[in-house]
Ligand binder design. Sequence first.
Ligand code: 2M8
Length: 468
Amino acid sequence: MLQNSKDMNSSTQRDDLERLRTEAYQVLKTNRQPGSATLPSPKQYPHQWNWDSAFIAIGLAAYGDLDGAQAEIQALLAGQWGNGMLPHIIYHPDLKMDERYFPNRDDWGVRFFVNTTDGPPQGIDTSGITQPPVAAIAVEAILKKRIDLPFLETVYPKLYRYHQYLLTARDPDQEGLAFILHPWESGLDNSPRWQPLLDAMPVSPEQVNDVRQRRLDNKGVSGWQRPTDEDYACYIELIRRYRTYRYDPVALGRQCPFLVQDVAFNAILHRANAALLHIADVLQRPDAEKTTIQAWRARTATAFQNKLWSAADGRYLDFDLAHNRPINQNTIATFIPLFAQLPSPEQADLLVQAHLKNPREYWPGDVGRESRLLIPTTSKNNPLYLPYNYWRGPIWINTNWLVIKGLENYGYHAEAQRVRQDTLSLLYNPIPNGTPWRFWEYFDPTNANVFGTDGFSWSAALAIELCG
Ligand code: 2M8
């Protein structure tokens, strides 16, 4: 195992990191579909996912495969809807893949219910919801390595329209906060933050039974590592409702039982708007357009201070628009605003000292619930914390990566280094005469047990980025 920064600087460790990079890139090559995008995992997630592709592009850019990174982004943007939304899944063109993932393309019904000028492009099957908007951040990572003007000119208008959709259709009151309308839009699917909302959603025993029959995600991966059937019944019930509303954004905004201004999603959007501005500068876009992006950023920054910050808790709280109240669940989302430089230095210090470095919450130690590794995705003192279940507590490479960047933004270099060290040590697991790195999906913070699927693309991609 990679143990500490001293080890990491030794020549053996440098060789190991070099091998880690090479093997990680191999995973991405294996998961890439000829002439198309990279699957998160051919076994578990056999289609293209929105924020996965953005993380993959970041890893490809860090490796120096800039053509691959650009192709990944272009494949993602090819699925953009007429109304600007970037769907969370672009289904694999091979229909046989539908036997391997639930819900399948027909379950969304987007072709039937969305006006074609607003909906998915002809010939591309997509889901009907989005995911955290990391794409512009990935494009910025590419442009820092190579300025390919024709590429930037192709992708910029699409990214602009995506952000515009999020800050208009998803922000009818112009607060600078986009709402998400499904737990899957957060990317942190069964985060404890959503539990109170799901508990309030009526789903029948028949619906639970139906998803129990249809679910495929808990066949290759053990069910105890995945969301419950009850959670899945809610996920599918929400999709059923969107079909009933014909994906009309106004109806969705008024009637959806799950409407949340998610701290993590909006922090990522804020950071993505900084990236968009950077791209606009490179392309010398008109001032009016840049002023609009600046206005989005100003609004979001104000809303984070005035609406989402809780002085009593010393952290940001998501806001439940359907019930007009904050959601108070301490999870990894607490730290994502650091990535977007939203907190003041004093707020950042509170987040780091009172929460991240608190052994009752996130920091390793045996006060209350014991853990050894950073960063659990749920605070250890949250009653809903489960170190082995999906987004309920396990460590994920993408959330660690976002927090590492956030800590570095504020000069918390020792803490960032500690998280980076833990992240690489989880990925680096040499076994004699075997494949040393399997790039698992998520990890137990108490004992480094591995969960989910192996050969998981964003674990590999962000490992490359972290190797530097
Ligand atoms: C997971 O989500 C999908 C649904 O979108 C699933 O559980 O089937 C999440 O971890 C999500 O963040 C990720 O993008 C997706 C593909 O890796 O898997």
